[in-house]
Design a protein around this ligand. Structure first.
Ligand SMILES: [Zn+2]
Length: 418
């Protein structure tokens, strides 16, 4: 009721009449306000895009299924705690997060490696993957990593250069190592490896980190770029990833051919400089060529064996024998494409097959953590593998060899002295 007389006052029309003299100012103010509203809304959308899309992409691609199911006995845990654990492949550097900080996404970071008593992790550098990626046939025409590099706001030099992507991955790892002293220790030489083992023997929770390349298309056609990768710390490289490139055929490529002259040249240069040649993703024809020409040990950093999982991407018995004959290692993966089920038991069964076929000294872990795969556990759950190997009848010494002893021995033989 009291409002009525107030309403009668109505100063507004007067004011309005007054301002009627300069309508452009009001229109301009409105335009400015509209402009700032639009900019704000756009900014929010852009921030959400760059913040959400990479996060959601990783959450959707690197998953864990069944963790908490794996029972680890006191005996197995006690053994695991004193074993030197080494894993031959994780793609953590591809994703937008700091490898030193604990994350709720993916499979690997410094803290989870510590929880899982992992002493050495090989970090792969993925630089190009085809759209619609599959195990059967992929061309090199499309690339998922370009939009990912942009969405993750990586340095612009990485948007259109595969070499720069790998150099950036190396910088990311070096920054993480520098940021937390006593965290990651970069392994580039034999002396680094000795230091790692000495520090861990004293009870320090340092974790060795070694760089590997996933597909040497990042040479961008120039063999000399191998030196740049070596200088950046890369000590391992596979020739191909999901498509045929100018070095070799991929087992998921279109032609799946053998080694090219450039591929052979790269293998020789790697052998001379102390970089291990990784056969992961290589076509069966190129692998046969490689086994024939190799003068240094070959590594299969992540994959499975046909005997326990008949996937196109897995190694046949003659291929396992060929790799073993070079003094090399077969790293067995943790995801269903490698072992047909993301369980510790499935991985342990494939490891037992390698042991029975060529001997325990060729058996290793090659998780493919953070490689756009679903695994049964993350790095913190690594003790489940010690349990699974014991369950498969591995002796304690065999567990020590398979969980990391073989990897340490091979790197100490092949890494540059200093
Ligand atoms: Zn891979």
């Amino acid at each position: 009721m009291a409002a009525k007389p107030k309403a009668k006052r109505k100063p507004a029309p007067q004011g309005k009449a007054k301002s009627k003299g300069k309508p452009p100012a009001t229109a301009a103010a409105r335009r400015i306000r509209r402009f700032f509203t639009t900019v704000t809304v756009f900014s929010i959308i852009i921030v959400l895009f760059f913040w959400l899309v990479p996060t959601m992409a990783e959450r959707a691609m690197n998953r864990i299924e069944g963790s908490g199911l794996w029972r680890v006995s006191e005996e197995a845990q006690a053994l695991h705690n004193e074993v030197i654990v080494a894993d031959l492949h994780a793609d953590t550097l591809l994703w937008r997060r700091n490898p030193s900080e604990r994350s709720a996404r993916g499979h690997v970071d410094l803290q989870r490696l510590r929880d899982g008593n992992v002493a050495l992790q090989v970090f792969g550098s993925v630089t190009k993957t085809p759209r619609g990626q599959n195990y059967e046939s992929n061309s090199a025409d499309t690339d998922n990593i370009t939009p990912l590099s942009v969405a993750q706001l990586q340095p612009i030099r990485t948007w259109d250069s595969l070499l720069q992507r790998s150099l950036y991955h190396a910088e990311k790892l070096a920054d993480a190592a520098q940021e937390e002293p006593g965290g990651f220790l970069l392994i580039r030489t034999n002396a680094d490896l000795d230091l790692l083992l000495a520090q861990r023997a004293r009870g320090q929770q340092v974790v060795g980190a070694l760089l590997g390349v996933e597909g040497l298309h990042n040479l961008e056609g120039r063999i000399d770029n191998l030196d740049r990768l070596f200088d950046a710390g890369y000590r391992m490289a596979s020739l191909t990833h999901f498509f045929d490139n100018d070095l070799a055929g991929s087992m998921h490529g279109v032609d799946k051919g053998g080694l090219t002259p450039m591929g052979r040249q790269a293998v020789r240069r790697m052998e001379q400089s102390g970089m291990l040649v990784d056969v992961a993703h290589l076509s069966h024809m190129a692998l046969a060529d490689l086994i024939e020409m190799a003068e240094r040990p070959l590594i299969s950093s992540h994959g499975g064996v046909r005997a326990t999982c008949a996937e196109n991407r897995n190694l046949s018995d003659p291929e396992i024998r060929g790799i073993a004959a070079t003094g090399g290692l077969i790293g067995i993966g943790f995801w269903d494409g490698a072992v047909c089920a993301p369980t510790p038991a499935a991985t342990a069964r494939a490891m037992r097959h390698v042991r029975d076929l060529v001997g325990i000294e060729h058996v290793a872990l090659g998780s493919d953590f953070d490689g756009a795969v679903t695994t049964g556990f993350d790095a913190s759950g690594m003790a489940a593998m010690t349990q699974a190997l014991l369950d498969q009848g591995f002796s304690e010494d065999e567990v020590r060899a398979a969980m990391g002893g073989n990897v340490i021995r091979l790197f100490s033989r092949t890494l540059p002295r200093d």
